[in-house]
Design a protein. Structure first.
Length: 164
C-alpha cells in the first residue's frame, strides 16, 4: 500500500490544544476580540453571534455561525442569540448559493465530543456547501481531503458578496 503524505492533518489534530494555549482560552471567544477579520476568517458580525470560515473545512466555503457567549448548552441560548444564529445561517446559505453555486447543503451542530464536536465547549452551527461528487475515496483511505480553493481566496469572494 502506498502512503500519502498529509502534514496538515497533524496541524488539525493539535490545533485545538494549541489555540487554547496561545489565546489562554477558546479561539471562538478570542478571535472576535481582534479587529483583523481576514486573519481570523470572520465574515460577518452581529450583536450576539458571528460567522467564521472553518480553517479545516469539509468542503470549500464551509462556514460556522457562532454565538459570542461561551456556552456548549444549546438549551441555554437566549431567544435573541437563537434568532440571530439562525438568521446568520440563512444569510450564509444565501451568500454561498450565490458565490459558490453548490447543489446542496449540510447544516447542523455537533453537540458534545461523542457527537463529533471538534470544539465541544463552545457550540457552533456548520453551514457546508455540497456538490455532486465532492466526496471520494481520499478521506476514507488516505485521511486526506482535496480542497479546490484557498481559504483566503474564498474569504475575499464571500466577504464581497455579504450583505452590508
Amino acid at each position: 500500500m502506498d502512503s500519502l503524505y498529509a502534514p496538515w492533518r497533524m496541524q488539525y489534530i493539535l490545533s485545538n490544544a494549541e489555540k487554547k494555549e496561545e489565546s489562554g482560552g477558546c479561539f471562538f471567544c478570542e478571535y472576535p476580540k481582534s479587529d483583523d477579520d481576514e486573519k481570523h476568517l470572520i465574515l460577518a458580525r452581529g450583536k450576539y453571534c458571528y460567522v467564521i470560515m472553518n480553517a479545516y473545512p469539509y468542503n470549500p466555503g464551509h462556514l460556522m455561525a457562532v454565538p459570542y457567549r461561551h456556552t456548549a448548552d444549546f438549551e441555554n441560548l437566549s431567544p435573541e442569540e437563537t434568532a440571530e444564529l439562525m438568521a446568520l445561517c440563512q444569510t450564509s446559505h444565501k451568500v454561498l448559493a450565490k458565490v459558490m453555486t453548490p447543489q446542496g447543503f449540510n447544516l447542523g451542530m455537533n453537540l458534545g465530543r461523542i457527537a463529533g464536536a471538534g470544539v465541544d465547549d463552545h457550540l457552533h452551527m456548520h453551514i457546508v456547501p455540497r456538490w455532486s461528487g465532492d466526496t471520494n475515496f481520499m478521506p476514507v483511505l488516505a485521511e486526506v481531503r482535496v480542497l479546490s480553493q484557498a481559504l483566503n481566496d474564498a474569504w475575499k469572494k464571500l466577504k464581497a458578496a455579504w450583505p452590508k
